[in-house]
Design a protein around this ligand. Structure first.
Ligand SMILES: [Zn+2]
Length: 63
């Protein structure tokens, strides 16, 4: 069975791929965030505690 990821609705040129994370108790959170594979687009969508947030820059977090 092939897994087909959705096309990016913003640029129509990339594919949205899921990213997974791990929760505080080590439980895997699958598909926590989706990012566009088109580097010129940068669209991303993530889910935090049931809330969806979009458009945040991934990879530029300042700690
Ligand atoms: Zn895109």
């Amino acid at each position: 069975m092939d897994l087909k990821f959705p096309d990016c609705r913003k640029c129509n040129n990339g594919t949205l791929v899921p990213l997974s994370d791990y929760g505080r108790d080590g439980a895997p959170i699958t598909y926590k965030a989706w990012v566009c594979t088109n580097p010129g687009c940068g669209f991303n969508l993530r889910i935090d505690n049931g809330e969806i947030s979009m458009g945040r820059n991934i990879g530029s977090s300042t700690k």
